[in-house]
Write a protein that binds this ligand. Structure first.
Ligand code: ADP
Length: 238
């Protein structure tokens, strides 16, 4: 059994478009895989199909060796074991930062309110947001809100984190503070599948990078090698 995430031959079609075209990859527990590729190459669809937000037309997704795309498996239960963070942070704007982070542990995971709030405070502290905990979420900058979104994702103690272009909507000067958190999460051994346009960051943080083109992985490997000596013309141009 492979601990971590695995995708085997995943296919997702929208009408005539094959958004994901036979993708196989593994994210062993504690490792980081980066998904690169131009807009429309299927990164986001692939992440959504790992999180079972998208029906796959063929192939399988495995979490810690279990085939979670099997019809007998409850997708909601699987989704509770994973956490996805999107480009748009989607916080509840009028709720406090602390409540945003504590909400899912209380409502979805049945954690006692006091404990969830205490853990949320601790997470916010780690992310440099202790002093903002009681403020309304919409008072924070984009970078701070995305840090809250990451804290919220971690509050449910996911087995893996799926990140979909989490810095793309941020002003350039706010990107660094979000990347710093992801770097820390890697240090702590979080399993992550990350779609990103931040090349230098992917190179630094990923154990493997996969380059997608028209829904398929056309090149993959060690980031250092892929960036210094890309083999495919599309990868070279990118
Ligand atoms: P990326 O994340 O790399 O930008 P996407 O996964 O968003 O790529 O898109 C892959 C392809 O699937 C694109 O051709 C896109 O237009 C198409 N696509 C994505 N989502 C949908 C949808 N809900 N309905 C129809 N086509 C979609």
């Amino acid at each position: 059994m492979v601990a971590g995430l695995e995708v085997r031959g995943a296919v997702v079609r929208y009408g005539q478009t094959t958004a994901v075209d036979g993708v196989s990859l593994a994210v062993p527990r504690g490792s980081v895989v980066g998904l690169l590729g131009p807009s429309g190459s299927g990164k986001s669809t692939l992440l959504r199909c790992v999180d079972l937000l998208e029906d796959i037309d063929d192939g399988d997704v495995l979490l810690d060796g279990e085939v979670v795309t099997d019809p007998s498996v409850d997708p909601v239960a699987v989704r509770r074991k994973l956490a996805m963070v999107f480009q748009a942070y989607n916080l509840f704007p009028n709720m406090s930062v602390l409540d945003n982070v504590a909400l899912a542990p209380i409502r979805v995971h049945g954690t006692a309110r006091a404990q969830a709030r205490e853990e949320a405070r601790e997470l916010l502290g780690r992310f440099g947001l202790a002093d903002r905990a009681d403020e309304s979420a919409d008072r924070l900058s984009g970078g701070q809100q995305q840090r809250v979104a990451l804290a919220r994702a971690l509050a449910t103690r996911p087995r893996a984190l799926l990140l979909d272009e989490v810095t793309s909507a941020l002003d350039p000067e706010l990107v660094g503070e979000v990347l710093a958190i992801i770097r820390d999460l890697k240090e702590e051994g979080m399993t992550m599948l990350i779609a990103t346009h931040e090349m230098a960051f992917a190179r630094e943080v990923a154990d493997e990078v996969c380059f997608l083109h028209e829904g398929a992985i056309i090149e993959r490997g060690d980031p250092e090698q892929l960036f210094t000596d890309p083999q495919q013309p599309q990868t070279q141009r990118f």
